[in-house]
Design a protein around this ligand. Structure first.
Ligand code: NDP
Length: 387
């Protein structure tokens, strides 16, 4: 039976992996909407290939280019923040949420309000608006399928079990490209080095987050929202090979792990086919060739991001949304050559230390906190007055 799908963030890394799976199972899917921010030409090529009904650019100034690129294709073109939400709100069997950053939150909320099933890759939305998003999901009878590889692993390890039986969630982390460096060496790492993840091919923002370990900090908050086992029962474990994608320990000390290649097509396929399974074009996992799987404790002295994230979710209120926004600005600043690598987490910590606000109750509250934290983070980057 053909199922309909909307892909938010079609021109990104998760977008490409998702479309590759659809390409291999073409007759199973009818593509409703594909979106991007401003990669109009790339989006048009995809919309033509997959026969999308509508293609949307979030940045309205890129709409003319999209219209030109789609001429004669029969694909509707739209642009702007409202168009993005309207496209996300179209009823479909599956929405893949793969916009990067808090920019993905409003479209996700629109898809949720419509009761859609959402494969959620966009962790920043859950970090910034966890309680609001979960409440909206419940109200609308929507369904969130964790797509981040670690959370998808936990979701699979939990299948058939109740959260109350869980003693501990063990979130694995590759440790990033700088795991073995000294504090001194870390001071001078370059943008190019930080953009080379040892195991995963991903978009620029999450690759930098992986290098600072902020990705794991954000995932810690994400896990807390998706699997309510209590903050004290979520642990981070460095596993440089990225083969065990996470683990769940039960009351009886039985530990279940999910293993697989470091390829996002595996967790995405698990969401697309849920509760069934689908074929993927991947080679089988060859554990004999890999040989050794190792595990070590995270080094929070050198990589303070996981501590900062833990403190932010413990503090509650506006702190998680503030952390996320400040980190987004700091990563942008690092990629633009404005700050050193080690200053990324310093920006986040500085903004968190200087700003507090009540817990957001609505999407608008989250967006206001996000805007304020971005402003403060830009100031921190410019003045370099960091903790
Ligand atoms: P990419 O940077 O590769 O792609 C981001 C996508 O979002 C692009 O389609 C981009 O469009 C679009 N986009 C960016 N900014 C906006 C905006 N302001 N409004 C609308 N659309 C926008 O990111 P990834 O695919 O790597 O990551 C996407 C999400 O998935 C992130 O939240 C990430 O943390 C999460 N994730 C990613 C993994 C991975 O392996 N890549 C693994 C686990 C989670 P354009 O091309 O026009 O800029």
């Amino acid at each position: 039976m053909t199922r309909s799908i909307t892909l938010l963030g079609a021109t990104g890394s998760i977008g490409a992996s998702t479309l590759d799976l659809i390409r291999h199972n073409r007759s199973d899917w009818q593509v409703e909407a594909l979106t991007a921010n401003c990669s109009a030409k790339e989006l048009a090529v995809l919309a033509r290939e997959f026969g999308a009904k509508i293609a949307v650019v979030g940045d309205e100034t890129c709409l003319a280019e999209l219209r030109d690129a789609l001429e004669g294709s029969g694909v509707e073109a739209a642009g702007g923040a409202r168009a993005l939400c309207e496209a996300a709100a179209r009823p479909v069997d599956m929405t893949v949420a793969a916009i990067v950053g808090c920019a993905g939150l409003a479209p996700i909320m629109a898809a949720v309000a419509n009761g859609n099933t959402i494969a959620l890759a966009n962790k920043e939305a859950l970090v910034s608006a966890g309680d609001i998003l979960k409440h909206a999901v419940e109200e609308a009878g929507a369904n969130l399928l964790p797509t981040d590889s670690e959370h998808n692993a936990i979701f699979q390890c939990l299948a058939g079990n109740e959260v109350k039986e869980v003693r501990r969630i063990i979130l694995t982390a590759s440790g990033g490209p700088f795991r073995t460096l000294s504090a001194e060496q870390l001071q001078s790492v370059t943008r190019e080095q930080a953009l080379k993840h040892p195991n995963w091919e991903m978009g620029a923002k999450i690759t930098i987050d992986s290098a600072t370990m902020m990705n794991k900090g954000l995932e810690f908050i994400e896990a807390h929202h998706l699997f309510p086992v209590g903050l004290d029962n979520i642990e981070i474990l460095v596993h440089p090979q990225s083969i065990v994608h996470s683990m769940v320990e039960y009351r009886d000390r039985s530990v279940l792990a999910q293993l697989g290649p470091s390829d996002m097509r595996v967790p995405i396929a698990s969401c697309l086919a849920y509760p069934e399974r689908m074929e993927t074009p991947l080679a089988p996992l060859d554990l004999a060739a890999i040989g050794t799987l190792t595990f070590e404790k995270p080094n929070e002295e050198l990589f303070p991001a996981t501590r900062i994230a833990r403190e932010a979710i413990q503090a509650g209120g506006a702190a998680p949304a503030t952390l996320n926004a400040a980190n987004e600005i700091a990563v942008e600043a690092f990629l633009a050559g404005q700050i050193a690598f080690t200053r990324i987490t310093a920006v986040a910590e500085t903004v968190l230390a200087g700003y507090s606000a009540p817990a957001p109750g609505t999407l608008e509250d989250v967006l206001a906190i996000d805007a304020e934290a971005r402003k403060r983070a830009r100031e921190a980057v410019e003045t370099c007055a960091l903790v």
